[in-house]
Design a protein. Structure first.
Length: 238
């Protein structure tokens, strides 16, 4: 006697039987670690799930990786809704790198620096009088930040305005021993940096005429900042 039995197969069970088993959690950790290490941007759990084999649990794997990297030089950190590998905060100083930033001076800064070098100690008002235009605060700040000029003594004039002088850093940059070594009019003209004759009514640079002896240039740069300055107000008594 033949006995017939009816067997029903669940489609879901059939699909499950045909799928590969998920890799061990240790292997999933390796996958997550590899993706995080190679990715330039933080990776979401959705992205990890799309990359990993079916059945993997990226959330569980990433927690295992995170705990394994605790106290190491590299940490697994949460960035918004994503994950990334980052250097441990206490080791950030190892990644710092000092670079020399090339900064180009504006024409106003170059003119201001030249005036200070040749007429120091000089006030802001005197710089503006020589240039014929006002000096922007940013120009002075840039030269101070570069440490090419510094604040000098206050001038004995109404309001006691502060003066500006060049620094040893300025002299060292241009290979000068002192401000007296700055080129005079003859040197500048021979180098083609100045016209053969100044414009009508213009004051000679440093207050020295071309025909005057070079020794008088030393009078423009008294030793130290304590040398007396010329008075700007008529009739002032010493």
């Amino acid at each position: 006697m033949d006995i017939q039995t009816n067997q029903t197969t669940d489609p879901k069970q059939l699909d499950t039987d045909t799928l590969f088993d998920a890799p061990p959690i240790a292997e999933q950790e390796r996958m997550v670690e590899a993706v995080l290490f190679a990715s330039a941007e933080p990776v979401t759990l959705r992205d990890l799930a799309a990359r990993m084999p079916h059945g993997c649990n990226p959330a569980q794997a990433i927690e295992h990786v995170r705990s394994r990297y605790e106290g190491r030089g590299v940490r697994v950190v949460n960035v918004g809704e994503a994950w990334a590998m980052r250097t441990a905060p206490d080791l950030g100083f190892l990644m710092e790198r000092e670079t020399v930033e090339q900064r180009k001076l504006s024409r106003a800064a170059i003119e201001t620096l030249a005036i200070i070098a040749y007429h120091q100690p000089i006030t802001r008002a005197e710089i503006e009088e020589i240039r014929g235009v006002s000096v922007a605060r940013g120009t002075i700040d840039q030269l101070l930040e570069m440490e090419w000029i510094r604040l000098g003594r206050r001038k004995m004039a109404p309001g006691r305005p502060v003066t500006f002088v060049v620094t040893p850093g300025f002299l060292d940059h241009f290979g000068l021993e002192s401000a007296r070594d700055l080129p005079g009019l003859k040197e500048l003209r021979s180098a083609g940096l100045l016209e053969s004759r100044p414009p009508p009514g213009a004051l000679p640079m440093g207050g020295r005429d071309e025909d005057e002896p070079d020794e008088e240039q030393a009078e423009l740069f008294p030793e130290g900042d304590s040398a007396p300055a010329a008075s700007d107000s008529p009739g002032e008594t010493p």
